[in-house]
Design a protein around this ligand. Structure first.
Ligand SMILES: [Zn+2]
Length: 237
């Protein structure tokens, strides 16, 4: 969540209600539309009040809060979101006392919120850490325009992609633009986004083999049919 780039008034108008916050989480969770975490099906019946998704194929129910730090919280999401805003916009670090007054919760709750939010923000992109069988791949993004600050002659930006492999569909996806696909950039990317020891498949590109140092790495020279939808190895997207 890039809170620093949004003004107080924008934040206030965007996250007024519980539903506004749920919609935001839904966009983070399924940027390309619903994917059932159980069977990989892409259609769900949605209970609008809570944005509870019930898979049309296997009937599995998923909340957009599942897998986030808000999951078991009884606090309204908009209070959490304000906590995120105040932490992000207060360079000196907001106190639990001040937060408790701003969002009308008791001091203990505010203190716990700050602790949880600061932990989550320490790995800023890990609102949804990837799990299960994960594929890591690289791709090139960009058109014919000239590159920014000399990033390669073609003007394309290398991107590292990690996605949860669920049958023929992808689950959550993490992407990061990098200067180059190297041992260093791959190591940094997987350490931030994928829990250590997790099983990761790649196509065996040399730079990706560093993954074996921290994770269960299986390199396959022949790509499987479990590819990221619409994206083949070393594709241009
Ligand atoms: Zn399902």
């Amino acid at each position: 969540m890039k809170m620093a780039e949004i003004s107080f008034f924008e934040w206030q108008s965007r996250f007024q209600t519980e539903h506004d916050c749920l919609i935001y989480l839904q966009e983070l969770k399924w940027p390309n539309g619903f994917i059932c975490p159980q069977c990989g099906h892409d259609h769900a019946h949605v209970i609008q009040t809570r944005l509870l998704h019930q898979c049309s194929a296997c009937q599995h129910q998923t909340s957009v809060k599942a897998g986030t730090l808000f999951h078991r919280s009884h606090l309204p999401l908009w209070k959490w979101f304000w906590g995120i805003y105040f932490i992000g916009s207060d360079k000196g670090g907001i106190s639990a006392m001040r937060l408790s007054k701003l969002i009308e919760v008791n001091w203990r709750t505010a203190r716990l919120m700050l602790k949880k939010l600061r932990q989550a923000m320490a790995h800023r992109d890990s609102l949804y850490p990837l799990s299960g069988l994960i594929e890591v791949d690289d791709a090139l993004v960009g058109g014919k325009r000239s590159g920014k600050r000399g990033r390669g002659a073609t003007g394309k930006t290398p991107v590292l992609i990690a996605y949860e492999s669920k049958k023929k569909q992808a689950g959550y996806v993490a992407m990061k633009a990098v200067d180059s696909v190297s041992h260093n950039s791959v190591k940094e990317f997987v350490s931030k986004r994928i829990i250590e020891g997790q099983e990761i498949h790649t196509d065996g590109l040399a730079a990706l083999n560093i993954i074996g140092e921290t994770h269960e790495h299986e390199a396959r020279v022949t790509p499987s049919s479990n590819g990221f939808p619409g994206c083949t190895s070393r594709s241009v997207i």
